[in-house]
Ligand binder design. Structure first.
Ligand code: GLN
Length: 191
């Protein structure tokens, strides 16, 4: 049973804990470095990426998470969590820090006002039936490095990607009760 931490200083932590627990993982919130030490894998939830980065810095989690990600800890970012994993951000605040590791440029609040929150059924690489995706002021991926695999697209842009031990989605697979995307992440952890 893999031990999966959910970054819990801000964001929709409970939904991820439920989704992971339903799949048989030992899921727990991560608020301090010693909790991070217990993780086989880490989830960065949706929320507000600027706030999450600031709190991670304040609570001395930012550098420890960076180090674990660099050392190969499987990590899954959803929405704001995708922004935190990205090496480059468009539309961020001037001083916005990321954890980084994922060789992508991510555009914050990319879908604009008209479609700022929406739902769509998306083809998803490796899954036989479409995934119902909930987007909430979501980013999209603007540019991908050579090692990044695109798993799903919406409005002509990647919205789910994988690079080695890192996975990210623009949408919120934790809110609709379909565990398949979390299952792919657990496969990555147990892989
Ligand atoms: N717009 C948010 C941000 O830039 C992300 C929204 C979300 O996680 N649902 O951080």
């Amino acid at each position: 049973m893999p031990a999966i931490g959910v970054f819990a200083l801000q964001g929709d932590v409970r939904e991820h804990l439920q989704a992971l627990t339903a799949l048989g993982a030992a899921a727990f919130p991560v608020r301090r470095p010693r909790e991070l030490d217990q993780c086989d894998g880490l989830v960065l939830p949706g929320g507000e990426s600027t706030t999450m980065a600031k709190l991670a810095r304040t609570f001395e989690l930012l550098d420890p998470i960076r180090e674990r990600v660099k050392a190969g800890m499987p990590t899954f970012g959803t929405c704001a969590g995708m922004i935190l994993l990205a090496d480059r951000i468009e539309g961020g605040t001037a001083d916005q820090e990321t954890i980084g590791g994922l060789d992508v440029t991510v555009r914050r609040n990319a879908f604009g006002r008209q479609v700022d929150s929406f739902e769509a059924d998306l083809d998803f690489a490796g899954l036989p039936a479409p995934v119902h995706a909930v987007f909430i002021r979501a980013p999209w991926v603007e540019q991908t490095g050579p090692d990044v695999e695109v798993l799903a697209e919406a409005h002509g842009h990647p919205v789910a990607v994988r690079q080695g031990h890192l996975m990210a989605t623009s949408f919120h697979p934790e809110v609709d009760g379909d565990g398949r995307v979390h299952r792919l992440f657990l496969d990555l952890v147990q892989g």
